[in-house]
Write a protein that binds this ligand. Sequence first.
Ligand SMILES: [Zn+2]
Length: 74
Amino acid sequence: MARCPDCGGEVKYKAPFMVCLDCGLSFKRGEYDKVKSTIRSEFKDEMGESDEETDRKERRRKRAYHDWLMKKED
Ligand SMILES: [Zn+2]
């Protein structure tokens, strides 16, 4: 089973996306490595903020998308 490149949580396939059940990160199949490096560079871009603040914002954004995705399929 795939693991979230961000938080290491369980990832479920919800066509056409892989969705992390923990933080809500969504990405397409085969983009795993790309997502990993994107996350790394995103953190680099936001170094003006504290790690905690960056983390909180990121998770809120991903969670909103995750909720939208799940609602759409219900
Ligand atoms: Zn995750």
